[in-house]
Design a protein around this ligand. Structure first.
Ligand SMILES: NC(=O)c1ccc[n+]([C@@H]2O[C@H](COP(=O)([O-])OP(=O)(O)OC[C@H]3O[C@@H](n4cnc5c(N)ncnc54)[C@H](O)[C@@H]3O)[C@@H](O)[C@H]2O)c1
Length: 359
């Protein structure tokens, strides 16, 4: 497996087409890929059709490949037949070693060794998932976030057995699919993002258990506060700015003792039936009669706008940097003392914000 390019990926197999697999299918179609979907559940193809129809307006608004076609997919019940001739496999079956460990050798047996098998697993170890495969070096984790057709992050984990080429190929594939892949260098249960989410959720539940705040208020403590910043930057950069002009260095000297005292006070909830009931009732109250489908539509609509805003801001920043680079090159070529009079006015780059961004 030498190639690290995505140019040769034309056909992708999506094995397991529930919440995550169906969304992956929509994502890949938007990038102009041909998709084969496999899932043993009755009605799975209808679910995929529905997901593609629901996701397509947002995918179109965010920008699809010129050859994107929402109908460029077919359903194939047998997973071994589904992977015939594909260039990349995205597996999204239930989060269980027994299911994935049975499936992976089946598809590994019929695939050419240079085709990457990526598992969407939220936290299983890929070196265990690939046990029983002829070519475990082509198996990696490609962990997305729900819904994969919108959220850019994909965690790529090679574990102890994947080859460098397989990891590079997966990173290149996801990048070309418009995602933001990060490489997780050491396999740990839950990868990185889910460990971070689990750490926060543990404390969120503990605070409810201890009666510190209601379910809705603990949620507001995230979504109305730090969560807004977390859409822009991670915890390290957030606290770099929390240190003011002195940055992280000052933050550590100023606030680390306080944070360390909170760390020692953090709790672990005891997940009794009563506590679980309080959580269920708490989110029902917080949802205030809105169905899950309504909440998903509201979330995805705003996610789309945040993604557009961030993309426009990144394009503006890149345009400004490019202007600086060009001006620096002109300065070197035509220093100010140079007798030649040079017009160096560069036109403002016109990055017209997407109209949706301001809605
Ligand atoms: N739901 C999330 O928020 C989320 C986020 C990121 C990653 N993941 C991961 O994605 C994977 C799928 O999760 P999900 O939430 O889509 O689950 P899901 O239950 O919605 O879908 C799983 C699908 O796999 C199918 N399936 C079962 N056995 C199969 C087999 N042998 N071959 C092919 N298909 C089979 C089921 O019929 C079902 O449609 C899991 O590994 C999960 O950890 C989930």
């Amino acid at each position: 497996m030498n190639s690290t390019s995505n140019a040769d990926v034309r056909r992708v197999a999506v094995i397991g087409a529930g919440t995550i697999g169906a969304s992956w299918a929509a994502c890949f179609l938007a990038r102009g890929l041909d998709v084969v979907v496999s899932d043993p559940a009755p009605g799975a193809a209808d679910g995929v059709r529905r997901m593609i129809a629901e996701a397509w307006p947002a995918l179109t608004a965010l920008g699809t490949s010129p050859n994107a076609d929402p109908t460029a997919w077919r359903f194939e019940a047998d997973p071994a037949a589904a992977v015939a001739g594909v260039d990349f496999v995205q597996e999204s079956t239930p989060e269980r070693y027994d299911v994935k460990q049975k499936l992976l050798p089946l598809i590994d047996a019929v695939l050419s060794p240079d085709v990457v098998i990526a598992s969407s697993s939220s936290g299983l170890l890929v070196s265990r998932l690939s046990e029983g495969c002829r070519f475990p070096e082509r198996c990696i984790i490609g962990h997305p976030f729900n819904p994969p057709h919108l959220i850019p992050l994909v965690e790529v984990v090679g574990g102890t057995k994947a080859s460098r080429a397989a990891i590079d190929r997966a990173m290149a594939f996801y990048r070309a699919a418009g995602k933001h892949p990060i490489e997780i260098r050491k396999e740990v249960p839950g990868h990185v993002s889910n460990r971070l989410q689990a750490a926060l959720w543990r404390e969120a539940i503990y605070l409810v258990q201890e009666g510190v705040a209601s379910v809705a208020d603990v949620d507001a403590a995230v979504s109305e506060g730090p969560g807004l910043r977390w859409a822009l930057m991670g915890p390290h950069m957030t606290f770099h700015l929390g240190g003011g002009a002195g940055g992280m260095n000052h933050f550590l000297r100023h606030l680390l003792p306080a944070v360390e005292s909170w760390w020692t006070d953090l709790g672990s909830p005891t997940m009794t039936d009563d506590l679980q009931r309080r959580l269920v009732e708490g989110v029902d109250e917080e949802a205030d009669g809105q169905s899950i489908a309504e909440l998903e539509r509201w979330r995805d609509g705003l996610l789309e706008q945040i993604i557009v805003l961030r993309r426009n801001a990144a394009a503006k920043l890149e345009a400004a940097r490019e202007r600086e680079r060009v001006e620096a090159r002109l300065d070197e070529t035509f220093p100010a003392s140079d007798a030649l009079s040079v017009t160096r006015e560069l036109p403002e780059q016109d990055i017209t914000p997407n109209p949706k961004a301001g809605e």
